[in-house]
Design a protein around this ligand. Structure first.
Ligand code: GLY
Ligand code: MN
Length: 463
């Protein structure tokens, strides 16, 4: 938890931007996995964490903009709770630590909201992503669950995004820490990836490093020799000589800040020439993004620059052909990288994605492209100091996609389909680093960069 002044200042700024009404920020409750008392690991809502800082379930935060008052609604524990959970601080005590003086019981929330609605005041909320919270808001506001999305407060979303998209020094220290845990996770896999070991063993041990140094993984670990499937959560394979292993994983530390790294390694410990050729292109693309990303540059343009590099280099390899400018304009490199170059990262691994990707990654200045590949970019904005983004170019050979483009003659003037036949069992390569935009450029987050050159990776894999 940060000093209480941090949360007070954030709430004041939010209230100023929202201008009037009541801001309603529900925290999360426990989420049952298979029966009420057997829950998934508890995760507080990120908006609640950002503005109210507390990690406890069943709290609701209210910022009464008109009355200049912050309130936390929550219940003190009973003796029954103490028997099972141990002694707990009072709600008032917890609230005071984040600079909130007024607390009320949860049972008082409906009356409070009803009175505000009756007085004609606007209730600002963000459309919930959890069903429990949808039901809570639907009951409180008298709005059917299906209508919650269209009645959410765009003003609240825009105000929250404008604060959260620029990280302060406390957040940067947390993200650096989450990145150090991410480093340990990935380095472990590099040292232990050997033919014969199960993907599941590597993935489980990697997740254990996240849990033993922080809260948990920042998203479900991707660890697969089928890296051509972008989000492959299947870990049923056995590490096999000659294949590539793509590992995309990160940690969430105890203060809920995230990291997100991807590395790709040769299962045998040494890249083949064919693997090295593609690997070097992706590695150069990752470094090109680092060269270009600085305040004033739109991340969309960095994504375009990566597509251009892919077009040039894949043409040199004989996998693409034709005019480079035209190929980039048409989005032909999206056959190899159908996803975006990166996203914001912070309390969420895809930071604030629950607000809607366009509010976060585009804002009012940029518009999402409708073209395949370009349209998948989550962060297109002009970069500013304090942004935390990922740099994650990749080249994938997805047989089903290649076959579709071939059959439908999509960008046929730029793709050498005949030569691609030799790559159907190649897999995919992605290399992802986490980047802080500084005053004049950027720096990598975490105290050390994971091995990334061919030589560094092969060296780390010697174990
Ligand atoms: N690293 C997973 C993702 O960005 O979606
Ligand atoms: Mn990512």
């Amino acid at each position: 938890m940060f000093p209480k002044k941090v949360y007070q200042t954030r709430r004041q700024l939010l209230a100023k931007d929202v201008e009037s009404g009541v801001i309603l920020i529900p925290g999360n409750s426990e989420a049952p996995a298979n029966y009420a008392d057997n829950c998934y690991k508890y995760r507080q809502d990120s908006t609640f964490l950002y503005f109210f800082g507390l990690q406890d379930p069943d709290f609701v935060g209210v910022i009464d903009v008109d009355k200049n008052q912050d309130i936390i609604f929550g219940n003190d524990v009973s003796i029954d709770d103490i028997i099972w959970m141990g002694p707990q601080r009072s709600v008032a005590d917890k609230a005071a630590r984040v600079g909130v003086e007024k607390t009320k019981k949860l049972s008082e929330l409906p009356k409070y909201i009803k009175a505000a609605i009756k007085a004609g005041r606007k209730i600002h909320y963000v459309n919930p992503y959890r069903y429990q919270v949808k039901i809570l808001l639907s009951d409180l506001l008298g709005i059917p669950v299906a209508a919650l999305a269209k009645n959410q407060s765009v003003k609240l979303i825009q105000a929250a995004v404008s604060q959260r998209i620029v990280k302060d020094k406390y957040e940067i220290a947390e993200i650096d820490h989450a990145c150090d845990i991410g480093y340990a996770m990935h380095y472990f896999v590099m040292q232990n990836c050997k033919p014969g070991i199960a993907e599941q063993t590597l993935a489980g041990m990697m997740d254990g490093i996240a849990m033993s140094n922080g809260s948990m993984v920042s998203f479900a670990t991707i660890l697969s020799q089928h890296g051509e499937t972008l989000h492959n959560h299947d870990h049923s394979g056995i590490i096999t000589k000659g294949r590539l292993l793509t590992v995309d994983a990160g940690a969430e530390n105890n203060n809920n800040y995230c990291s997100d790294f991807t590395r790709t390694m040769p299962c045998s410990g040494k890249f083949t020439t064919k693997q090295k050729e593609i690997y070097q292109i992706v590695c150069d693309a990752n470094n090109l993004a680092l060269q270009l990303a600085k305040p004033g540059v739109a991340y969309f343009d960095v994504h375009v620059a990566v597509y251009r590099l892919f077009a040039e280099r894949l043409k040199a390899l004989g996998l693409m052909k034709g005019d480079i400018d035209e190929a980039v304009e048409a989005g032909a490199p999206a056959l190899f990288m159908p996803h975006g170059l990166g996203h914001n990262m912070g309390l969420d691994v895809h930071d604030m994605e629950n607000y809607g990707e366009d509010y976060v990654g585009y804002g009012s200045a940029a518009k999402r492209s409708k073209k395949f590949g370009y349209g998948s970019l989550r962060m297109a904005r002009k970069l500013v100091e304090g942004n935390v983004i990922t740099d994650e170019p990749g080249i994938y050979f997805i047989p089903a996609l290649i076959e579709k483009w071939k059959k439908e003659k999509i960008n046929a003037q730029f793709i050498n389909f005949a030569k691609l036949k030799d790559y159907y069992d190649f897999g995919g390569i992605r290399l992802e680093d986490d980047v802080l935009i500084t005053k004049t450029g950027n720096r990598l987050l975490g105290s050390k960069r994971l091995p990334i050159t061919v030589k560094e990776v092969e060296e780390a894999m010697k174990g």
